[in-house]
Design a protein around this ligand. Structure first.
Ligand SMILES: Nc1ncnc2c1ncn2[C@@H]1O[C@H](COP(=O)(O)OP(=O)(O)OP(=O)(O)O)[C@@H](O)[C@H]1O
Ligand SMILES: [Mg+2]
Ligand SMILES: [Zn+2]
Length: 253
């Protein structure tokens, strides 16, 4: 089809005007690294080109993860820099949490022992640090995980396996209150399956439990052994710390 000369002139003129406008007012990208595409080009040592997620996209994904998991509020309240230290074991736990948060090679941290000693506070802060430093981490309460994967068998086996697989394979996993109630054989077998997979694949795992390491070993030495190996030097145990909730309740009286 012949294109009308007048129309062609108009198109060309518009294109020229647009080019000039862009020269006068260059587009402001929020991210200079990727011009807001979300991807950046990486050239490896062989000269091969790949595209990876840009940091701006990873940051956006991290914030989305905090929101979707409903941990934004906790993330703002339970920080490493508002954890008060009144005794040696709190100081040791805080130091370990600080070091762990900056240790890219760390594969786990355990916060064990007394009720109300700040285990969840420190573990949350560690998990959030990992998320914002680009290790996608799922926060899950042990009892909830059990309910999802054992108790209610309404969903198909396939759905359950898919969900279990998410916990096994997630780059980071924070299991809150492991073995809060005395585990039976099924519970132990589920915990073993998940923890063993993570252990064999060196996947970052954060655990809180009211049990001490000794008690975990007494319950199941295969699980406890794997957790303590994942955590390495990052095992924090509270045996003397007073329940913080009681302290807060007394102060506010
Ligand atoms: N050292 C601390 N400094 C500031 N806040 C603290 C400290 N320890 C605990 N808290 C606060 O006290 C409350 C209870 O602490 P947290 O939930 O972390 O205890 P926990 O050890 O996980 O208890 P539980 O065994 O019942 O799960 C939380 O609101 C937490 O933020
Ligand atoms: Mg807790
Ligand atoms: Zn970017």
């Amino acid at each position: 089809m012949m294109i009308d000369k007048k129309l062609l002139d108009l198109i060309n003129r518009k294109a020229k005007e647009q080019q000039e406008e862009e020269k006068r007012n260059p587009k402001q990208y929020k991210c200079k690294k990727c011009n807001d595409t979300g991807f950046k080009k990486v050239v490896d040592e062989n000269g091969d080109v790949r595209y990876t997620n840009c940091d701006c996209k990873l940051r956006e994904m991290a914030l989305k993860s905090l929101e979707e998991q409903h941990i934004m509020d906790r993330a703002k309240r339970q920080l490493l820099n508002n954890f008060n230290v009144n005794n040696v074991e709190q100081q040791i736990a805080l130091n370990k949490a600080l070091e762990f948060s900056q240790d890219d090679k760390a594969k786990g941290i355990l916060f064990l022992g007394k009720v109300g000693s700040g285990k969840t506070h420190l573990a949350t802060a560690c998990g959030v640090q990992k998320i914002i430093h680009f290790t996608p981490t799922i926060f899950v309460n042990w009892e909830n995980m059990k309910s999802e994967l054992i108790k209610y068998s309404y969903d198909s086996e396939e759905d359950r396996e898919r969900l279990k697989s998410r916990y096994k394979k997630s780059a980071g996993l924070f299991i809150e209150d492991l073995f809060k109630t005395t585990p039976n054989a099924k519970d132990l077998s589920l915990a073993y399956e998940i923890i063993n997979y993570r252990y064999e694949n060196s996947l970052m795992t954060i655990v809180t439990s009211e049990k001490t390491l000794r008690q975990l070993f007494d319950l199941d030495s295969a699980i406890a052994g794997r957790l303590s190996e994942l955590a390495g030097k990052y095992v924090c145990e509270f045996t003397n710390t007073t329940d913080y909730r009681m302290i807060k309740a007394n102060v506010s009286k």
